[in-house]
Design a protein around this ligand. Structure first.
Ligand SMILES: Cc1cc2nc3c(=O)[nH]c(=O)nc-3n(C[C@H](O)[C@H](O)[C@H](O)COP(=O)(O)OP(=O)(O)OC[C@H]3O[C@@H](n4cnc5c(N)ncnc54)[C@H](O)[C@@H]3O)c2cc1C
Length: 835
């Protein structure tokens, strides 16, 4: 056995083998894969082999697209047939909301370059004559989609990797992993030790056990998944005899199942409510090609619905039921990328569509390892999108929920209910009493919007969308239903408008405690931050500046608000959802000479935002600090007192109004909250939520990660010129960004006014055309209440970005005129912010 290698990949399922293959493809041939039993003996062997391209996540969509392109090429490279049947995939829609979801998806697919066709019920019948078409409103078809033989695919990837010099050890179990002081890893197996630079964990249902070897709580717990294979059906056999094509994969999304032909019979795979988490403590040490006893009783409603749609399914006996473990994460997407807090430890885990994603995830992870960055935006699958809160109990409930909702309509405003309310800020109950309707981010509860007292939706208002899943609103026991999710303007639209109007005319209060916060201190802090971030770190105590962490190629990794709180002391704030991601980059880049210290402050500090033209009047009543513009200008911060509570007041906000963020010890939050609400009463202070903030941010053309800002776009393409200080001789990404500028920028971020919108604003990811040619994609969108316009931010090729250019944006399949307008349609001169 080798004793050294550049990379050790643990796990010989399709995902690990694909990672090995792609590392070798990139020229790293000194790479080793270790599998405890035989290749594919984990989840891979029993997979149904479907390759669904459909996915609303940009990252996952790109990974799937790559896989479906790669797999058919493997036979030529390796001589091994992977059993790819390109039979196409049809998804049915039985409800208006489902049609909206497909319309939205068709736009996303267009921007990614995935071919999607619309079918009428009659066309469905032509392709799937065994299906009844009652109730079908329409369908989409992926002609390139199909299914593959997972074991054959894995063997082909393994052969391809070996041909390129990679080594695979079967029947070899990893028992321990330790990191040396020089960051090298030592992987201990039952056959010996391998010292390496990088470790990749691709261990399927064993992910948490592998993570535990390096002290990481990996957010993966598998769930049981079943599919049923029937005996042969005469009608299918007859079709075969006649040489007719396979009918393809049929997905009855509204009833949560898929079906395809299998050896002359049918294969039915339901995603049922109530499928239990499994292998919570990991599979047994002798687990191999393992299946669980079947649990057909759970599948009854799905089987009945399948028989109603395809009567033939009920006409033949069941040949075999497969009930196997399928890895899950709380949001159902895999985790692909670097582990947090450990250098050169990589995760390719949590794959619930691993046969489909293996190609793409191996490809991007290999790029990340070899070149330091992936080539596509991987935020949707980044392992650091969950935090410490995601322990075993959380994962069981959330992953079961994610499984049950695989086929639910993925409303853009959906807020799932499991394990909530988990992380509550002190003012949670006060906000709730004021009518807050909460959303959840990184486990935190945040008011999305505020409903009037007593406001409630009736069953009739809900106009429920689904056949079996039947969910288009939150279900919280004992609570009234106050919102309906939709791809269009929904019941909360006007209420969000009222919040925006109130803040811009009077004054509002918002809880932004979920912000990620940390303190950077020490004699080396300024130089280190300057070497890392794009903007010059504030020199004067009390200054606030926005700054970016770039990739070596000049893309945008992270955004920080940097406040110089005291000499050698910097307080950094970034997005709540990105806490682990953003802080991991800082931590891994810390110099090890002790000159810079890092302290996490997220849970220690709360944040309340006071904003609106009356904000100064309110604050003046509870502080002695001089709040005049001269004494306390925009983009500065001071330690002030609100009543008896000491806070750091930063004169910044994300909505473009006069205002302050108060960063305070979390335990003082309600004291401060009450002081501000009491002082604000005479100015009619009211709370506002995330949705109002998002609308107002859009009117200021403010940019967000991973929308307008991403590793795929050079920071200058995203319009960050003001926050990049090329005067500094060096900072991460400087040279790469200059090189991209030199080569010519490929994108331009523009603000668009969208015309003719009556009920569906852009949301991001809509395709943008000029004279019928695709020229870009929307990154955000919505209605701007202060300017009274439907707006979108978009990335377009630079030649289409001039002011006044008339473009077309397709929103839910309908073309709208969209004109490039100056950035920041609300208050372009920042008068309100500076007032
Ligand atoms: C019933 C069912 C149907 C499915 N159908 C589909 C489908 O149609 N399409 C699709 O895309 N996906 C499907 N899936 C999901 C798919 O099977 C998985 O996503 C995929 O197989 C995951 O591959 P993997 O390589 O991550 O994990 P695995 O195949 O489980 O591989 C992990 C490997 O790691 C090894 N290992 C673990 N710990 C160690 C250690 N300490 N040392 C050495 N080796 C170790 C294990 O032995 C195992 O072989 C289905 C799943 C189920 C259960």
């Amino acid at each position: 056995m080798k004793t050294t290698a550049r990379v050790v990949v643990i796990g010989g399922g399709v995902v690990g083998v694909s990672t090995l293959y792609h590392l070798a493809k990139l020229g790293w041939s000194d790479v080793v894969l270790v599998e405890r039993k035989e290749l594919t003996s984990g989840s891979t062997w029993h997979a149904a082999g479907l390759l669904p391209l459909f996915n609303l996540s940009y990252s996952v969509g790109k990974l799937h697209q790559y896989s479906v392109g790669l797999y058919p090429t493997l036979e030529e490279e390796t001589g091994l047939n992977v059993g790819f049947s390109r039979v196409s995939n049809i998804r049915l829609a039985n409800s208006k909301d489902r049609m909206d979801e497909y319309r939205y998806y068709a736009g996303v697919a267009k921007t990614i370059g995935v071919d999607v066709k619309w079918l009428t019920p009659e066309e469905v019948k032509e392709i799937w004559p065994l299906a009844e078409t009652d109730g079908i409103l329409g369908a989409i078809q992926h002609p390139d989609d199909g299914y593959i033989q997972p074991a054959d695919l894995t063997q082909a990837l393994a052969k391809g990797a070996r041909q390129l010099g990679a080594t695979i050890y079967r029947n070899t179990t990893v028992t321990g992993i330790t990191q040396k002081a020089n960051d090298e890893w030592v992987v201990t197996t039952d056959q010996g030790e391998i010292t390496c630079e990088h470790v990749v964990s691709a261990t399927g249902s064993f992910a948490r056990q592998t993570g535990a070897m390096v002290g990481l709580d990996i957010p993966v717990v598998p769930v049981e998944h079943q599919y049923i294979v029937t005996e042969q059906h005469p009608a299918i056999m007859e079709r075969r005899k006649q040489g007719l094509p396979e009918m393809g994969v049929l997905r009855e999304s509204d009833a949560s199942w898929y079906m395809r032909e299998e050896a002359g019979g049918l294969l039915l795979g339901p995603y049922e409510i109530g499928a239990p988490a499994c292998y919570v403590k990991g599979p047994a040490s002798n687990s191999e090609y393992e299946l669980f006893p079947d649990a057909l009783e759970r599948l009854e409603p799905y089987i009945l619905s399948a028989i109603a749609r395809v009567p033939a399914f009920g006409e033949v006996g069941v040949k075999k039921v497969y009930n196997g473990a399928i890895a899950y994460t709380p949001d159902g997407s895999p985790i692909v990328g670097p582990a947090w807090d450990r250098k050169n430890f990589w995760l390719n885990e949590g794959h619930s569509f691993g046969i489909t994603a293996a190609g793409g995830s191996g490809w991007q992870l290999a790029h990340w390892i070899v070149n330091g960055e992936p080539t596509i935006d991987m935020m949707g699958v980044d392992p650091r999108r969950f935090g410490d809160y995601a322990g075993e109990g959380y994962l069981i409930e959330k992953n079961e929920e994610a499984y049950a909702k695989v086929f639910s309509i993925h409303y853009p405003d959906e807020e799932r209910e499991a394990v909530r309310p988990l992380r509550r800020t002190p003012c949670y109950d006060r906000m709730k009493a004021l009518g807050a309707v909460f959303g959840s981010v990184f486990g935190w509860e945040r008011p999305n919007w505020f409903a009037p007292q007593g406001y409630e939706l009736t069953e009739a208002d809900l106009d429920k969308a689904d056949v079996i899943l039947n969910e288009n609103h939150p279900v919280v026991p004992g609570e009234a239903i106050r919102e309906k999710w939709s791809f269009r303007r929904s019941n909360y639209f006007e209420h969000v408008g009222a919040e925006c109007r109130h803040v811009t005319e009077k004054v509002g209060l918002q809880d932004m405690s979920a912000f990620a916060k940390c303190l950077i201190t020490g004699p080396g802090a300024e130089d280190w931050l300057n070497s890392l971030l794009s903007n010059t770190v504030p020199k004067k105590v009390g200054k606030v500046a926005l700054s970016y962490l770039l990739t070596d190629e000049g893309g945008v990794r992270a955004e920080f608000t940097v406040y110089k709180k005291a000499p050698q002391t910097y307080y950094l704030v970034s997005a709540g959802a990105l806490e682990r991601h953003d802080q991991d980059y800082l931590l891994k880049a810390l110099p090890n000479d002790g000159s810079v210290r890092f302290e996490r402050l997220t849970t220690a500090m709360g944040v309340l935002v006071l904003a609106g033209p009356k904000a100064r009047d309110v604050l003046a009543k509870v502080t002695r600090t001089d709040l005049s513009n001269e004494a306390f200008p925009w983009l500065t911060g001071q330690s002030i007192s609100i009543g008896g509570a000491k806070v750091d007041a930063l004169r910044v906000n994300f909505i473009g109004e006069l205002g302050w963020e108060f960063h305070h010890p979390i335990e003082m939050q309600n004291y401060i909250f009450d002081k501000l609400m009491e002082a604000g009463a005479e100015f009619d202070i009211k709370p506002f939520g995330i949705r109002a903030m998002t609308s107002m941010a859009l009117e200021k053309s403010y940019k967000l990660i991973p929308r307008e800002l991403s590793i795929e776009y050079a920071a200058l393409e995203s319009g960050l010129d003001r926050f990049i200080s090329f005067k500094k001789p060096a900072f991460k990404g400087r040279e790469g960004l200059l090189a991209r500028k030199e080569a010519g920028l490929k994108w331009k971020l523009v603000t668009l006014e969208v015309f003719g919108v009556t009920d569906a604003d852009a949301r991001g990811s809509e395709p943008i055309y000029r004279d019928g040619v695709l020229v870009g994609r929307a990154t955000s969108g919505g209605y701007g209440w202060r300017v009274g316009k439907s707006l979108a931010l978009a990335m377009v090729a630079p030649e289409h970005g001039a002011l006044g250019t008339e473009l077309e944006i397709s929103i839910l399949g309908k073309g709208h005129k969209a004109v490039v307008i100056p950035d920041s349609p609300f208050d372009p001169e920042n008068h309100a912010l500076r007032s």
